[in-house]
Ligand binder design. Structure first.
Ligand code: FES
Length: 82
């Protein structure tokens, strides 16, 4: 799913950078997310939070499921998407 239309950044791009150790500010600089119109900022921040180092297992589930961990993601509801 494309999160940032202005810079064509997907949820998977963001998740990959979080797993690489970047925080939201790093990702903003690297990918340009939330640096133009700003409409994507809350969604991008949510993805960063969901995929942060505090929940690496959830990030793995999101990657395997290809769900991106969005609002409708079964992983976010507490169960991994099979
Ligand atoms: S949609 Fe991300 S800056 Fe516009």
């Amino acid at each position: 799913m494309i999160v940032c239309v202005c810079h064509r950044v997907s949820d998977r791009d963001i998740a990959r950078h979080v797993r690489g150790g970047m925080d939201f500010s790093d990702i903003q600089l690297e990918l340009g997310v939330a640096t133009q119109c700003g409409q994507c900022e809350s969604c991008a921040r949510e993805i960063v939070a969901q995929c942060s180092a505090t929940s690496p297992v959830a990030a793995i589930h999101h990657e395997r499921a290809g769900c991106g961990g969005g609002a409708g993601c079964a992983c976010a509801a507490g169960g991994p998407a099979a």
